[in-house]
Design a protein around this ligand. Structure first.
Ligand SMILES: [Zn+2]
Length: 463
């Protein structure tokens, strides 16, 4: 009997914190790192009688993200209560969206986006770090009520590496748009994955496991590789995969069962009575669309076309919106695109004002200074804040183009290196490079290297 080949079917659920100053239903700060329970109020502590008010900025961010993912924005969406008990959820329910989310039916890089919905985050249980942590759990409610979107994909991914690449692409877009800070260590971007396997070629889905706690691209790839292999092992030996939630244990390098379907929650969703339906009219969505930043993929394409950059350079220059803006502003200030691109890639993170960098690159382009002299001038500019022209003039760094000046230097070098000259004339070509080096050194690195080569060749063959 031929061995059955299996394929993996993966869908992702990504939680992204929206970059608002205040929480989703109250005015408390969302800043990370504050002392525990200092960013709280009756609303986000779930005290009786406190009423939620929806944060308009959070809705705008959710719309922005959904549009970038090609989703349809639903004119009316409904907040719902997701009921469960946990100590970090004082209300006994989380306000989320269920049947009618804010956006549906998008796609990114060939992967369908099922839905984007808004919800509030819960607090944080702290199980360690206190003297009595063996007996007690502490709770910090600073995160309680922080605005999130959950992005749910269709089960369109077929490998762990594809899932990791997709998650990375999604992160790039959210950060680029200023919707999320991309900080997985602080928990502002989190990924869960639904994984199943089936015999290759079949269309019915196998029983899935949900793998949680994937807070880096590497963990997504490692955890899914492990989980796919685990399920194939079960399926190919006649066993049955159990529907359950599993946690990625990064220290042990495996997924472990957290709870089975029998223990799964019945959340008893119902519409949130304290919030009206969320209405987003077409004008609001259109306005957000029209003021949205050009997306990274489009910008890469445009940079390649508009400035004749290589794919590599365009990718490097679109590592962030700031860097891409800096590049385009430098070119607009008169710097040649290819030179500016190379420089900016190499000095990423420098805060040199645009017109200063453009001034330096103009000197390189005009041949006033060489590329290697420019590197030293750049460092002096950063350290002193002076302009390139000023430094070049003050330190006498301008390139020596004058033929008679260069010929004078050559004559000196040839006199001092008679032996090398004899060797060259005897046919030892390698000596030529040695002599060029001597001339460049005599010129303090400032002679035009092309002219040095030409003149030296001419002088050596003439005499
Ligand atoms: Zn609050």
């Amino acid at each position: 009997m031929p061995e059955t080949r299996f394929e993996a079917v993966i869908g992702l659920e990504i939680h992204a914190q929206l970059l608002t100053v205040s929480k989703i239903f109250c005015g408390c700060s969302t800043a990370f790192g504050a002392a525990p329970n200092t960013h709280v109020c009756p609303v986000c502590l779930g005290l009786p009688g406190a009423l939620p008010v929806l944060n308009r900025g959070a809705v705008d961010h959710a719309i922005r993200a959904a549009l970038a993912l090609g989703c349809r924005i639903n004119g009316t969406s409904i907040f719902a209560r997701k009921n469960y008990f946990y100590p970090d959820l004082p209300k006994g329910y989380q306000i989320s969206q269920y049947e009618l989310p804010i956006a549906t039916a998008g796609a990114l890089a060939g992967v369908g986006i099922t839905r984007v919905h808004m919800e509030e985050d819960a607090g944080k249980s702290i199980h360690e770090g206190f003297a009595d942590s063996d007996r007690k759990t502490y709770v910090d409610f600073n995160r309680s009520g922080v605005p999130l979107i959950e992005i749910v994909t269709d089960p369109d991914l077929r490998s762990a590496s594809d899932a990791a690449a997709f998650f990375s692409r999604l992160r790039e877009i959210l950060v680029w748009l200023g919707v999320n800070d991309g900080n997985m260590e602080e928990g502002s971007l989190r990924c869960d994955a639904n994984v199943s396997v089936r015999p290759a070629g079949e269309s019915a889905l196998g029983t899935k496991a949900e793998v949680k706690n994937l807070n880096s691209f590497r963990f997504v790839e490692k955890a899914l590789d492990y989980e796919i292999e685990r399920q194939i092992e079960i399926a190919s030996t006649g066993g049955r995969v159990v529907q359950e939630t599993r946690l990625w244990d990064s220290a042990a390098g495996r997924t472990v069962s957290m709870r089975s379907k029998e223990e799964a929650h019945d959340y008893r969703y119902f519409p949130e009575p304290d919030l009206p339906a969320l209405v987003v009219d077409a004008a609001r969505a259109d306005h957000i669309r029209s003021t949205m930043a050009e997306l990274p993929e489009m910008r890469r394409q445009r940079l390649m076309e508009q400035y004749a950059l290589s794919e590599y350079d365009a990718a490097q220059l679109t590592q962030s919106r700031d860097l891409a803006d800096y590049f385009e502003a430098t070119v607009a200030a008169g710097a040649p695109a290819k030179t500016a691109g190379n420089w900016i890639i190499n000095i990423a993170g420098s805060t040199l004002p645009i017109e200063r960098l453009a001034g330096l690159l103009a000197l390189v382009e005009k041949g006033v200074i060489s590329g290697s002299i420019a590197k030293g001038v750049f460092e002096t500019m950063v350290a002193s804040g002076r302009a390139a022209e000023e430094i070049v003039a003050a330190e006498g760094l301008a390139q020596i183009d004058d033929d008679s000046h260069i010929a004078g230097l050559i004559a000196e070098v040839l006199t001092k290196n008679a032996e090398a000259v004899a060797q060259y004339r005897a046919g030892k070509d390698a000596t030529f490079g040695f002599l060029v080096g001597k001339v460049m050194k005599a010129a303090g690195g400032k002679a035009n290297p092309k002219r040095v080569n030409e003149l030296l060749r001419g002088i050596l063959s003439a005499s």
